[in-house]
Design a protein around this ligand. Structure first.
Ligand SMILES: [Zn+2]
Length: 235
């Protein structure tokens, strides 16, 4: 039921087969071709923004852009899972979630290492690139949120999509605020502070995704006879 992807520490109404933390969760699968086109567009936008933020982050020396890219990676993976799992046993959804969680965790650690390197080097990132790419990311997330608006069915999905979009927008705004801070102070610290907080949130989310996926896979292994049956939210 309540598929929220709220901020850490937020209480949840009931247990359900779905991880929490900052990360957004895959949307329900559907064989409606129009809905699938929307998912494909959302996948393309998130994958493109992941690439843009990684390249811009590395070129401008901004670690907070790299940290923001982790979320685009996770969301692109979610749309990929939503498109892929239709017609497949649910175990594949858990396996995909595990791969996504481990990748996000590895990327989060990479971001933290980049933050240490950046702090040691003392180089100041390009505030203009940070601000421009942060604004582009905000526009991209806004566009995806509007596209999905028409397809959110049920209060739980609506709430989930809203919390997801809001958290993503907060991340983009944090990068833009860091850009202002870097511009104002002429130092890398605003960028590093935002990057470390975002990387910590991403690592936390990755951990809960991996834990959830492993718990689901354990359940499947304990009941091999039902491997092709969907365990469902109540399992
Ligand atoms: Zn997200």
């Amino acid at each position: 039921m309540s598929k929220t992807c709220g901020l850490p520490g937020q209480p949840h109404a009931q247990p359900h087969g779905h991880p929490h933390g900052h990360a957004c969760a895959p949307l329900p699968a559907s064989d409606d071709p129009r809905y699938r086109r929307v998912l494909w567009a959302a996948l393309a936008i998130n994958a493109a923004m992941f690439a843009v933020e990684v390249l811009a982050g590395l070129r401008s020396g901004s670690v907070s852009l790299l940290a923001d890219a982790v979320d685009f990676f996770g969301d692109a993976a979610n749309y990929g899972v939503s498109l892929m799992v239709l017609g497949l046993p649910l175990v594949w959804r858990s396996r995909a979630a595990w791969v996504k969680g481990v990748s996000m965790g590895a990327f989060g650690i990479f971001v933290l290492l980049q933050a240490v390197l950046s702090a040691l080097s003392g180089d100041v990132p390009q505030a203009s690139t940070m601000g421009a790419v942060g604004a582009l990311a905000l526009a991209a997330n806004g566009a995806v949120a509007l596209m999905l608006l028409a397809w959110r069915d049920g209060d739980a999905n609506r709430r989930s999509a809203w919390l997801c979009s809001r958290n993503d927008a907060l991340g983009n705004l944090a990068v833009m605020a860091a850009a202002l801070g870097v511009f104002g102070t002429g130092s890398a610290w605003p960028d590093l502070a935002v990057a470390v907080v975002m990387a910590a949130l991403a690592l936390n989310a990755a951990l809960s995704v991996v834990r959830q996926a492993m718990a689901e896979l354990r359940q499947v292994n304990q009941a091999p006879a039902q491997r092709s049956e969907a365990p469902g939210d109540k399992a």
